[in-house]
Design a protein around this ligand. Structure first.
Ligand code: RIB
Length: 312
């Protein structure tokens, strides 16, 4: 097996599906306060599904292992992924649990607050993952987040790691992660808040991200760490490159799914043979384009759009 797993295999994403219910607000409410918002909309989301779409949009062969309810949201989310070419044959339908939903408020600067009702995502247990062990072992890479139960995440990561398949962990939303899990990973990609909570080092900017990345690499020396910093770009601490890849100046309208976009584009370029800095720049450009548009899956850029984006 090469550094990139089975070169002819698909990328396998293990992760969540949520229907995103979005309201725009002039500012976030304080506890106990009710405020008026506008422009309610719903859109297919969930970190796992968003990341699978990001790979598909960039021409990668990709499949997802997950769970949705046998309900209208489940039908719509699966149809949306299928229309982009994502293999959804390993997604379980649950008869007695609703599909995941996410309540999202977006403020005037495009920043978001998200509350997720995990629903069917919570039923993705080790036995469901083991059913697809062969699929994971023959993948080009495994991509996984923490919106599904940790026990299943651990099972998937161990299966992939033992088979020499590179694992990309997006530790979102924050959940304490055992060191054994970190040690299965080729890439760990938290945002600043998740990196702060994983390490106890407060991340605010590239300098503090460097401290947190060092702390993570002390726990998992083989893992390459990329800490996404929103408009400040990304801090990369890897084997062949350590440094800051600056962000791009854009007018953000909706930051939901920006991290998922980054992950899809970053790993796509890395699998194509790019170095860490170049792959991180490609991911950052994809995310910068995505935040100028509404929605998570609906904002994902194509390769042509990323390549045409002016270098700053
Ligand atoms: O990463 C963005 C996603 O987080 C949203 O689509 C929402 O569903 C939450 O899972």
């Amino acid at each position: 097996m090469s550094a990139a797993g089975n070169l002819s295999g698909p990328i396998t994403v293990v992760g969540s599906f949520n229907m995103d219910l979005v309201i725009e607000v002039p500012r976030f409410p304080t506890p106990g306060e009710a405020i008026l918002g506008r422009n309610f909309r719903r859109a297919c989301g969930g970190k796992g599904a968003n990341q699978a779409c990001a790979f598909a949009k960039l021409g990668q062969s990709v499949g997802i292992i997950g769970a949705v309810g046998r309900d209208a949201f489940g039908d719509e989310m699966l149809a949306n992924l299928q229309s982009l070419g994502v293999d959804t044959s390993a997604v379980a339908r649950r008869d007695t649990v609703a599909s995941g939903t996410a309540m999202i408020v977006l403020d005037a600067s495009g920043q978001n607050q998200i509350v997720v009702a995990n629903g069917a995502n919570d039923t993705l247990l080790p036995a469901d993952i083991e059913k697809h062990a062969e699929r994971i072992r023959s993948s080009r890479a495994l991509v996984i987040q923490l919106e599904t139960p940790l026990a299943g995440v651990q099972t998937a990561c161990e299966l992939a790691h033992r088979a020499g398949v590179p694992v990309l962990l997006n530790p979102a939303p924050f959940t304490p992660v055992p060191v054994e899990l970190l040690r299965c990973c080729r890439f760990v990609i938290p945002n600043e808040g998740e990196a702060s909570r994983l390490t106890g080092c407060e991340v605010r900017d590239p300098a503090t991200a460097a401290v947190a990345a060092r702390a993570l690499r002390e726990q998992a020396p083989e893992a390459e760490i990329l800490i996404t910093l929103g408009s400040q770009g990304v801090w990369v601490a890897g084997r062949e490159f350590t440094g800051h890849v600056p962000g791009l100046a854009v007018q953000a309208v909706d930051t939901v799914g920006a991290g998922d976009t980054f992950i899809g584009a970053f790993l796509t370029r890395w699998l194509e043979g790019a170095g860490l800095a170049e792959a991180a720049r490609f991911g950052g450009t994809a995310a910068a384009i995505a935040v100028t548009r509404q929605g998570a899956q609906s904002s994902l850029p194509t390769r042509a759009e990323i390549e045409a984006f002016p270098r700053q």
